[in-house]
Design a binder for this molecule. Structure first.
Ligand code: 5MM
Length: 342
């Protein structure tokens, strides 16, 4: 019997565990590899991801893995499908289904996420391949009169259409409206981020309602409320946590089972500390955890650097970050734990 989406969503936000966002498109991972002098081929991308999926830390701290189309079809070096490696580690395999953020016609400087055409058929195939959740990311830039209502509404509508199609296929949609902190403008302060995040979340939940999305069968993946990277006015970690919780409490219905944050360009330790402080502001109406890409993988990739002999060290670096974030998701991270385990 197929699992209910409500139960899959709960599993994705199980206490002390979080989601590994390993869904970089080939272009993005190639850029990251090249910075470290790693040659990007289908095999090297597979080896890198297999290193993480086989790390013992997966069982303890990772509830789900977001894959890219290439990866969900790949086998490990010994021929085992990567999807099975993930399932054997007790995690849920997921798939990024958007086809990227493109320039929105008529809205200079703003993007629209594409990928709705043929999505029902793609979901049917991804389900057969083992995916039980999906991800779609909308990109919302701040600054110089941005975002506009037209762009915000178009992105929220697309997110809702995607989410409803996912649920129809028995797949939990991760709904990711990202107010970016590292865009071309990014000089905004934390209060402007708060305003835009509130506006974006309210618009997204209106659209989810209109498209008849079952809120108990989604996971929300929002940004934290944080100043832009180029802002001269950076907020304290406590302020980030407080404003993040405030906006989420005001805009996210309690029916949503869980919130899994993106890291968005924060340093590894910042992303962990912020999550920890957010958790400590409980009790909260939903589970909160991480769905980090960069902040969970950066150290592992840098340690591995494409070398076979560094696989074990890469897994250790990944285990460390996964453990620190697992502790943060319980509100039990300390900078002492960070140093001791390093
Ligand atoms: C892993 O990166 C994802 C984007 O990949 P492409 O730009 O190649 O499509 C991204 O959506 C990611 O899943 C989320 O933004 C979270 O990652 P961060 O690094 O912000 O935690």
């Amino acid at each position: 019997m197929s699992e209910r989406i409500e139960d899959i969503a709960k599993k994705m936000v199980a206490p002390g565990k979080g989601i590994l966002a390993a869904d970089e498109s080939s272009g993005t991972i190639t850029k990251r590899f090249e910075k470290l002098g790693i040659t990007s081929t289908a095999d090297s991308r597979r080896d890198y991801r297999e290193m993480m999926f086989r790390a013992p830390a997966m069982k303890e701290h990772i509830s789900g893995v977001i894959l890219y189309d290439e990866t969900i079809r790949q086998n490990a070096a010994d021929g085992t499908p990567l999807v099975k490696v993930i399932q054997d580690a007790g995690a849920v395999p997921g798939i990024k289904v958007d086809t990227g953020a493109k320039d929105l016609a008529g809205f200079p400087g703003e993007k629209i996420t594409e990928g709705l055409d043929g999505l029902r058929e793609r979901f049917a195939e991804y389900y057969k391949l083992g995916a039980r959740f999906a991800k779609w990311r909308a990109v919302i830039d701040v600054g110089n009169g941005l975002p506009t209502w037209g762009a915000l509404k178009a992105n929220a509508h697309a997110l809702a259409r995607y989410a409803r199609l996912a649920q129809e296929a028995g797949i939990v949609p991760i709904v990711e409206p990202e107010v970016i902190m590292d865009g071309p403008n990014s000089t905004h302060d934390i209060d402007r981020c708060y305003e835009v995040t509130a506006w974006a979340l309210d618009t997204v939940f209106d659209e989810l309602f209109e498209q008849r999305v079952n809120l108990e069968g989604i996971v929300l993946k929002p940004n934290m409320v944080i100043a832009g990277q180029k802002s001269p006015k950076q907020a304290s970690a406590q302020e980030v946590a407080e404003k993040t919780v405030k906006v989420l409490k005001a805009s996210v219905p309690g029916a949503v089972p869980g919130i899994a944050f993106l890291s968005g360009g924060q340093s590894d330790e910042q992303a962990t500390e912020h999550l920890n402080l957010i958790r400590q502001l409980g009790p909260l109406p939903w589970e909160v955890t991480f769905s980090y890409g960069r902040a969970l993988q950066a150290a592992a990739m840098e340690t591995w650097k494409g070398k076979k002999e560094s696989l074990g060290a890469g897994q250790k670096a990944f285990a460390h970050r996964a453990k620190m974030n697992g502790l943060a998701a319980l509100g039990k991270w300390t900078s002492k734990a960070e140093k001791e385990a390093a």
